[in-house]
Design a protein around this ligand. Structure first.
Ligand SMILES: *Cc1c(COP(=O)(O)O)cnc(C)c1O
Length: 521
């Protein structure tokens, strides 16, 4: 075995009287030119890729890419920006999944606006940490203005407040922590132990799984989330919510929150917020609205009314990194009554002593689950300052319009069957082979999705609806045209049809139906 040659070479430790080579990599007054060059080189690589990618994905498989990544010796630096960027092309950029491509139709990932990318570049270089004023200064004030702006858009009233978070999952956890503490307010430790297993959260069956996860993290009972079945419209009925609250209370349980969803992840449907808000007001239950997806409507010039009733919420999750065209991560939790945020407060002598509150020093860590925290708000700030809210809303409107057209297209196509129509930008559907059995049809839809991704021509999502395998478009790219949608539908039908053709004989298909599917030969 031979050792790599360089391992034996002594590395010079000093290049000048006071600078080690390592120090030359730090951003400081002596390295600003290197900083400019390095970041510009990185931006240039991305720009070139973006200009030339001709599909949303290359279809690379983990087995192809893992050896390339694994082969890199992390203890042997290249020592050169260009070489590292060349390598990055191989391990990442060439096979990245590109959300700006008009045939990326899968998940809730958006193409990003340039003002936000500018914000990202600024915030990571300045590297403010939004936990305390003494680590962020103006950053804290900017975040607070944006929280206030969001709360005003929601209509939460003068006592509202909130904080930026890493994403909808964290926002939901945070909201439910506050709701739990409000439900247990005044309980002594012994009472808390007794009450904790009795707490219940009422949520839609179409709600996001992070609600279940939050319940688990919050130490609630395994059956703490009571899911309310939705009708075919995938919306939670206010009457059903009221019924569940009554049922829980009769059973001696305590409902700590109702979670309504403004934009379900799978269907893009919006629960009747006004009606559910009324039930919550009547019954004195905390209303959390998960608007991780639907929050883009807050700036929509034509569709804001779809969120009517959201102003009744006690807490709201918004994911700017979904429908505000912001890079990951950018999310916030907003609450009606700022006092509830104290449930996440802990005073540490070294960081945010209680004294600071009296001195009115704005320390956002008092409201956050995180300590060191990115200045993600800057991206939204520059987006609003450069584009303005109407322009963001117009982009979201465009994708909702496009989804409307796509739904019509799929609904009119005998090769497919559509599920629930979304007021947002989701289209859930399945390919229906004429007469093929249930199992085969499910397999064909699964296969079409995988084959499409492997081809790199388009990426779509999948989900199960009432036990049947479906496909899903989540349209968040205004560049996606009706033709793109039509072309992807053709590709799906082609892949699924070929699958049925190849597998029809292998599966027990009703004899009467098998022959109808496609010619045998
Ligand atoms: C995406 C989503 C979440 C989770 O948000 P992340 O930012 O991915 O953590 C929560 N709720 C809904 C309705 C979502 O669509």
């Amino acid at each position: 075995m031979t050792l790599p040659v360089h391992a034996a070479e002594p590395t010079p430790t000093r290049v000048g009287a006071d600078a080690t080579p390592a120090r030359a990599h730090l951003l400081h007054d002596g390295t600003v030119e290197d900083y400019r060059r390095a970041v510009a080189a990185g931006v240039d690589r991305v720009a070139r890729r973006v200009a030339e990618v001709d599909g949303p994905f290359t279809g690379v498989r983990p087995a192809d890419l893992a050896p390339v990544v694994d082969a890199i010796d992390l203890d042997r630096p290249l020592g050169d920006t260009t070489a590292a960027l060349d390598e990055l092309e191989d391990v990442y950029l060439r096979d990245a999944v590109w959300f700006h491509h008009p045939r990326y139709l899968a998940h809730l990932n958006c193409p990003v606006v340039i003002p936000a990318l500018l914000g990202e570049a600024v915030l990571s270089a300045v590297n403010s940490s939004l936990d305390t004023w003494d680590q962020s200064a103006g950053g804290t004030l900017i975040e607070r203005r944006l929280v206030d702006w969001t709360a005003a858009r929601i209509g939460l009233g003068p006592a509202a407040d909130g904080v930026f978070t890493s994403g909808g999952t964290q926002s939901n956890l945070h909201a439910l922590l506050l709701a739990r503490e409000e439900a247990l307010a005044g309980a002594d430790p012994a009472d808390r132990r007794m009450l904790l297993p009795q707490l219940r959260i009422i949520a839609s069956a179409a709600g996001h799984f992070s609600v279940q996860k939050a319940a688990k993290l919050l130490g609630l009972a395994p059956d703490a989330v009571v899911t309310v079945e939705t009708g075919p419209d995938r919306r939670m009925r206010p009457g059903a919510v009221r019924h569940e609250i009554t049922r829980c209370r009769r059973a001696g349980l305590r409902v700590m929150a109702v979670v309504a969803t403004a934009g379900t992840t799978d269907f893009g449907t919006i629960d009747p917020l006004d009606g559910i808000g009324e039930v919550c007001a009547d019954t004195g239950v905390w209303l959390h609205v998960d608007a991780a997806y639907g929050c883009g409507l807050l700036v929509s010039p034509t569709r804001r009314h779809l969120l009517d009733g959201i102003e009744r919420a006690d807490s709201v999750t918004v994911d700017f990194h979904k429908s505000f065209f912001q890079p990951v991560s950018s999310s916030a939790l907003v609450v009606r009554d700022r006092r509830v945020l104290r449930h996440a407060t802990w005073h540490a002598d070294y960081l945010n002593p209680a004294r600071a509150v009296a001195e009115r020093i704005p320390n956002q860590v008092d409201k956050s689950l995180q300590t060191t925290r990115r200045f993600d708000a800057l991206k939204l700030w520059l987006t609003l300052r450069i584009m303005g809210p109407d322009a963001v809303g117009a982009l979201f409107d465009e994708v909702c319009d496009r989804a409307d057209e796509a739904w019509d297209l799929v609904a009119a196509d005998p090769r497919f069957e559509v599920a629930t129509r979304s007021p947002l930008s989701t289209v859930v559907f399945r390919w229906v082979p004429a007469g093929a059995g249930r199992e085969l049809a499910d397999q064909a839809n699964l296969h079409a999705r995988a084959a499409l991704a492997a081809s790199g021509l388009a990426v779509v999502a999948g989900t199960r609806v009432d036990g049947r395998q479906h496909l899903k478009f989540t349209l968040l790219n205004p560049a996606t045209t009706r033709d793109d949608v039509a072309a992807v539908l053709d590709l799906i039908a082609e892949h699924a049809g070929r699958y049925v053709h190849d597998h029809a004989a292998a599966l027990p298909v009703p004899a009467s139906a098998a022959g109808l599917t496609c010619p045998v030969g």
